[in-house]
Design a protein around this ligand. Sequence first.
Ligand SMILES: Cc1ncc(COP(=O)(O)O)c(C=O)c1O
Length: 399
Amino acid sequence: MTYRSGRHFLQIPGPTNVPDRVLRAIDLPTMDHRGPEFGALGLEVLEGLKHVFQTTQQVVIYPASGTGAWEAALVNTLSPGDKVLMFETGHFATLWQKMATKLGLQPEFVTTDWRRGADPSAVEAKLREDKTHAIKAVCIVHNETSTGVTSRIGAIRKAIDAAKHPALFMVDTISSLASIDYRHDEWGVDVTVAGSQKGLMLPPGLSFNAISEKARQAAQSSKLPKSYWGWEEMIASGKTGYFPYTPATNLLYGLREALRMLREEGLENVFARHDRHAEATRRAARAWGLEILCAVPEEYSSSLTALMTPPGHDADKLRKAILEAFDMSLGTGLGRLAGKVFRIGHLGDFNDLTLAGTLAGVEMGLELAGVPHKKGGAQAAIDYLAACAKGPGSQRKAA
Ligand SMILES: Cc1ncc(COP(=O)(O)O)c(C=O)c1O
């Protein structure tokens, strides 16, 4: 291995770049998780998470990847044989559906072409058809990381209400929390699933459930086996900031710092920054003449953009060329999208110049890998970013 100077550009849609402040916070001596100081740490991070989930209800933290929090959402609330309504928005929705099947649930899986989100009117129609209320939960991936499509959670809530259906509403925000506006309480979500390694700017290893009162009620009669994932013990010990088992102490130091940083920037500004970088990326894509995978403009993701390479041009070869020449990692095409798309992550600890560097790397890589494109994508993005920096209203001039 030879030393490569400069920072590696980790532009996959998570894990994201961990800011120095968070890295330094993690690099503290591990403390006694039953000692006097730990409770204050636990209470601060649980409170800070509520702000990010936009909830006043319970939050629990697992030392686990996001997959663990998916499982926790299902096993705490449901019983063997329960029907759940899921939408095949992409690779991650498919994995969650497979997990539900393995756990003994019966998912009804509404298919899509992997270019759009869960359709609120389809949710309403499915629930209206379900006269006996056999469907116990509607499970939606808010931001489908494999496609760069964001489902409209507020509209889906309205659809559930319009159908007057009592199903629980569960939402995966693993690649949207702290990047794209998300409102656990206002949107009446019963269980929100999240992870540490994306918008929260932490390494992988923590995951979360935000839990409504209705979900806690459902947990009382849920029959799926659970032990490690069980909420009640965690909620009980969380009241004093402690865990029922050994927590991931150093990741919690990092979480405390990340939550402070998000407060300092302000959630509104965090969301606006992600929206701006996503728009700049799409302007680059259009200038290059590359197709954006997301087919519905109101569902464009602000945390990543998946671009299609022209037929006959392997997206993974492009990614390889970019990694080798410019030391930048981009997201691969997952599942049925393998070789057909590459994904640009623009979430987490990220600014205008990081995006400019990222898009310059993509444009040079397109040239290097011989992918047909027009020049000027990075310039189109820069023009937009510069116009945004001049203040509100000036973005239009860059159009
Ligand atoms: C939307 C979404 N859901 C679930 C997962 C699975 O999370 P993990 O890989 O942390 O277990 C991911 C991972 O990238 C994801 O992006």
